[in-house]
Design a binder for this molecule. Structure first.
Ligand code: SAM
Ligand code: SF4
Ligand code: SF4
Length: 337
């Protein structure tokens, strides 16, 4: 079944944020000045439990969702996440379950448990290979070595091909572009460069801190010639390039300089059960209330379909206008990246 929004975009993917908490304080996402010791995270009782999440996921699958990605905050700080994966994996229509993590809690055992529960793929975020740069960004003094170990554990558990996300912010880690490319060339990991985005309000985003995908591509091509590779499937967010010498591929997520709203088939479920139809939304639709008030499946499904039918979001294509209007947006750690 295909559920289309006002711009004819089908509902295909669901990103589920399982927590708004994180053990990192990345400067571009949860800067410590805003997310300090006194920050009020969601109380436990307001988070959806795993059965509630799985029920909503089943209803989303009935409406056409076939890919699920677990995110956060840091999804691995949610205890026993593999129990959720085990509930989602058998849902009819769900062909693919992925996880985006900062890798800090990815031990060998955890990776194996996630894989055994039915997790298919994993993306690990890593912004530099030297501790000085990485620790200045992650705000938690977390060492690079341990994230690299997490990547290896995931690969060994069969969670590959592993993708590595690098958010590039001028002045913070743009000097690390070549070192990252060099490290992951030929490793079987797919490095993806992400343009620094104006998500939320906390990071104080400035346009001149964005390093464009074109600039990154030029720098890489100058060292290791690359060529365009075709998308794996229509509407793939990351555009692909491969090294001409056969050392693998890289991806570019250019949401600032080359917005891809026209192909955006993603819905987002926050940890407390609100539905968002855009990463840059300012308001969500509460589903937890319906779940806890005993609404029938059909009633919830009708609500989901109605929200998607009414969807008109294309923030990235309208970025300058929306920013000029001073719209308040939801933080990335809350809505899930
Ligand atoms: N904590 C997990 C992690 O870092 O992978 C999952 C959640 S995080 C919000 C999801 C992704 O969003 C990460 O790859 C992160 O680097 C990216 N991200 C966060 N803030 C961003 C920003 N302002 N611009 C671009 N990407 C961002
Ligand atoms: Fe945490 Fe991920 Fe945000 Fe970094 S990007 S603060 S690891 S949620
Ligand atoms: Fe999708 Fe919104 Fe991002 Fe556009 S700005 S690609 S609609 S999440």
């Amino acid at each position: 079944m295909s559920t289309l929004d006002t711009l004819g975009r089908p509902l295909r993917d669901l990103r589920i944020s399982v927590t708004d908490r994180c053990n990192f304080r990345c400067s571009y996402c949860m800067p410590r000045e805003q997310f300090g010791a006194d920050h009020a995270f969601l109380p436990r009782a307001s988070l959806l439990d795993f059965d509630e999440i799985a029920r909503l996921a089943r209803l989303f699958a009935d409406l056409g969702v076939h890919k699920i990605r677990l995110t956060g905050g840091e999804p691995l700080v949610r205890r026993d996440l593999e129990r959720l994966v085990a509930k989602l994996a058998p849902l009819p229509g769900i062909g693919d379950i992925g996880l985006t993590t900062n890798g800090s809690l990815l031990t060998r055992e955890k990776a194996e448990r996630l894989h055994d529960a039915g997790l298919g793929r994993i993306t690990v975020s890593l912004d530099a290979l030297d501790d000085t740069t990485f620790q200045a960004i992650n705000g938690a003094g977390f060492p690079v070595e341990q994230v690299l170990a997490g990547i290896e554990h995931a690969a060994a558990a069969g969670l590959g091909p592993i993708k590595v996300n690098m958010v590039v912010r001028r002045g913070a880690n743009d000097r690390a572009i070549e070192a990252m490319a060099d490290h992951f060339r030929g490793s079987g990991r797919i490095l993806r460069f992400i343009e620094y985005m104006d998500v939320g309000n906390a990071n104080g985003w400035q346009r001149d801190e964005v390093v464009s995908a074109d600039e990154i591509l030029e720098r890489i091509d100058a060292r290791w010639p690359i060529e365009r590779a075709p998308p794996n499937y229509p509407g793939e967010v990351a555009r692909r390039w491969r090294y001409r010498d056969g050392a693998g591929e890289i991806g570019m997520i250019a949401s600032i300089t080359k917005p891809f709203c026209g192909d955006c088939t993603r819905a987002r479920l926050s940890a407390e059960g609100s539905l968002y139809t855009c990463l840059f939304a300012s308001r969500g639709v509460d589903l937890r209330g319906m779940l806890r008030e005993g609404a029938a499946d059909e009633t919830i499904a009708e609500r989901l379909a109605a929200v998607w039918h009414g969807r008109r979001d294309r923030y990235s294509e309208l970025r300058s206008e929306a920013a000029a209007a001073g719209r308040r947006k939801i933080e990335m750690s809350y809505i899930g990246g």
